[in-house]
Design a protein around this ligand. Structure first.
Ligand code: NAG
Ligand code: NAG
Ligand code: NAG
Ligand code: NAG
Ligand code: NAG
Ligand code: NAG
Ligand code: NAG
Ligand code: NAG
Length: 536
């Protein structure tokens, strides 16, 4: 109680203190519609602002790795239907990858591995044409298109292989496939050359695989879902083993007859553009150039080449070589190996429209696997597989291929919703700012449109009627609202009227209200005295 005493003692004088800060005297809006409009507007705009704030600030970009950028971008469909001026900052994007020359890659069929050897933009390649040779391939999950196998080369060799390789197979072969493909990217067509190298018994092979299927070169296999490639692997390894065994038989025969034997040789198969044949059973599908090295001893050697047998043009014709059984007679086996490599590469690169492909045609596959059970017995110690019987006798899925893309990891930026707490906080703050601005605007509009035309609405309720009834008004008002004014001070009462002080109406009634204030002195004083008595 003690601290209250000075207040009561000083009475009305304490209420007279004027702080540095002031408050404005308010009046309820005199419109029936005002409250419902404000409440409805508040709810509607709160919802609108919350949605807008949610879209524009509710998401943040996070970096993820993706192997399928197109799917990652399409994963956020609802974001794309909003106007871009809201969401341009939160649209998912994926960076392209750069495949440098010489880099190795594989397709999403996960079979063979390729080396990128050339990249260029062809002259008729669209927007970016004529840029010529490029140091790398800018890639963004584009479909591999228009592939053409330029050539297949088979390199047979005996002595230069490692001892482990010779234990698997005295002769070995490296099958190289040279292909040109293109992609259609944002800057038009880009073409590139790629090379695949296939050696069923590579130099880094462990000895532990002896007499088993080795499963080299192919990254994965599936008998049912990737049946064509499964047969491609079987054909390649089978004819790799078979043709090498044949090379060995031929060399052994030469040695037993005390003749110089072939130590190594290369065969270069290229599509026969003259005959235009697309029937792969036809021996003239490929032309074949070749060199064989005959070891004559004491460092001397001979070359066998098409001109050894006759005219060059005649002895690059495979049908002629097969028919004449030219030495060394491995033409048929090497031809099947080359055609198999050709088909496997086209299948792996997803060339669904390739005119000829052993692996997607059941008839061709039956033809080329017809001798599987016999060839299986004419091999060295590297066992081929996974299929060892002809097509039709083994369970495998449907033949065919799907379009391919290069396997790569892309860095993608995708929108992710902020944590709920932070999201609520930022939306609440933004909503408050917007609602406050809206409230300010709304009041400004209402004041301008409705109140400025009626200046009397700026007066306090009591004063509004004063100009009309002077003396009556005084008596009626003094016990009522008038008594709220603390004391006699006319300035204080005028303070509430300050907005209208400059209005003409006030000036007209200025003298009257001053006199009213003076008349008030007595009743208010008495109230004050009463209050003081009450306080004691
Ligand atoms: C490889 O990717 C392409 C394009 O996305 C797709 O159409 C095809 O089915 C995929 N192939 C495999 C074997 O996943
Ligand atoms: C992925 O998107 C790129 C660019 O939009 C396009 O060029 C490419 O063909 C698409 N890839 C697939 C598999 O649809
Ligand atoms: C497309 O070409 C322009 C030059 O015309 C180049 O600046 C841009 O990087 C190229 N884009 C791609 C993806 O290669
Ligand atoms: C791509 O390979 C083909 C056939 O091997 C060749 O003719 C062409 O010159 C190569 N492209 C480049 C740019 O080297
Ligand atoms: C082969 O693919 C099928 C279908 O995709 C799958 O169910 C099966 O497990 C796969 N087999 C192997 C050995 O991966
Ligand atoms: C073995 O070599 C001899 C002499 O060179 C030849 O006449 C014979 O046809 C060869 N036999 C085989 C199966 O290659
Ligand atoms: C391919 O040639 C073989 C015989 O050489 C024939 O039996 C087969 O019908 C031909 N295939 C096509 C598609 O012409
Ligand atoms: C299968 O063997 C027969 C008889 O030896 C032969 O005529 C045929 O060309 C062989 N087929 C293949 C694809 O090597």
């Amino acid at each position: 109680m003690a601290p209250l005493r000075p207040l009561h003692l000083s009475g009305g004088r304490a209420e007279m203190h004027a702080s540095t800060f002031s408050y404005s005297i308010t009046r309820p809006y005199p419109f029936r519609w005002f409250t419902p409009v404000v409440f409805l507007g508040c709810v509607v705009f709160l919802a609108v602002f919350s949605i807008i704030n949610y879209i524009s600030t509710g998401y943040q970009m996070v970096v993820v790795q993706s192997s399928n950028p197109n799917a990652t971008i399409q994963d956020n469909p609802w974001m794309r239907h909003w106007p871009s001026f809201f969401t341009s900052k939160v649209q998912p994007t994926c960076e392209t990858v750069n495949l440098a020359l010489g880099s190795e890659w594989f397709t999403n069929q996960t079979a063979l591995t390729y080396t990128l050897t050339d990249v260029w933009q062809p002259d008729d390649g669209g927007a970016g044409a004529g840029y010529g040779v490029a140091p790398s391939l800018t890639y963004s999950s584009n479909l591999i298109e228009d592939c053409r196998v330029n050539s297949v080369e088979i390199d047979y060799a005996a002595m230069d292989r490692t001892a482990i390789q010779m234990a698997y197979s005295p002769f070995g072969a490296v099958v190289r496939t040279y292909t040109t493909c293109s992609i259609i990217g944002v800057n038009g067509t880009t073409s590139f050359n790629l090379t695949n190298e296939y050696d069923y018994v590579p130099s880094d092979l462990s000895f532990s695989g002896l007499y088993t299927f080795l499963g080299t070169n192919f990254l994965s296999r599936n008998q049912t879902s990737k049946s064509s490639l499964w047969w491609g692997e079987s054909l390649m390894s089978m004819y790799w083993a078979f043709s090498n065994a044949k090379m060995q038989i031929i060399a052994d025969n030469q040695t037993s007859y005390k003749q110089p034997a072939i130590r190594k040789g290369t065969l270069y198969f290229y599509p026969n553009d003259d005959s235009q044949t697309t029937n792969m059973t036809d021996p003239s599908f490929f032309e074949c150039d070749f060199r064989f090295v005959v070891d004559k001893g004491q460092g001397a050697y001979d070359f066998l080449m098409p001109t050894t047998y006759g005219e060059y043009r005649q002895y690059t014709s495979l049908s002629n070589l097969i028919a004449s059984e030219a030495y060394p007679n491995i033409w048929q086996e090497a031809d099947v190996l080359a055609k198999t490599a050709y088909s496997t590469v086209l299948t792996d690169l997803g060339q669904v429209n390739a005119p000829s492909n052993i692996l997607t045609d059941p008839g061709l596959l039956s033809y080329f696997t017809a001798n599987f059970s016999e060839t299986r017995h004419s091999i060295a110690n590297a066992y081929p597989g996974p299929a060892d019987q002809r097509y039709g006798t083994m369970n495998s899925g449907p033949l065919g291929t799907t379009p391919s893309v290069m396997s790569a990891k892309y860095l993608c930026q995708i929108p992710q919703r902020k944590p709920a707490g932070i999201l609520f906080w930022s939306i609440a703050v933004a909503d408050l700012v917007f609602l406050q601005a809206l409230w300010f605007l709304f009041r400004f509009v209402v004041d301008t449109l409705f109140l400025r035309r009626h200046p009397e609405r700026n007066y306090c309720e009591g004063c509004m009627e004063q100009p009309r009834t002077t003396s009556n008004m005084y008596r009626e008002s003094s016990p009522g609202p008038g008594s709220r004014y603390s004391k006699e001070d006319p300035e204080l009462e005028m303070g509430g009227l300050r907005p209208s002080a400059r209005s003409t109406e006030f000036r007209r009634s200025g003298s009257q209200s001053r006199s009213v204030s003076q008349q008030r002195l007595i009743p208010t004083e008495s109230i004050d005295i009463g209050g003081r008595q009450h306080g004691y």
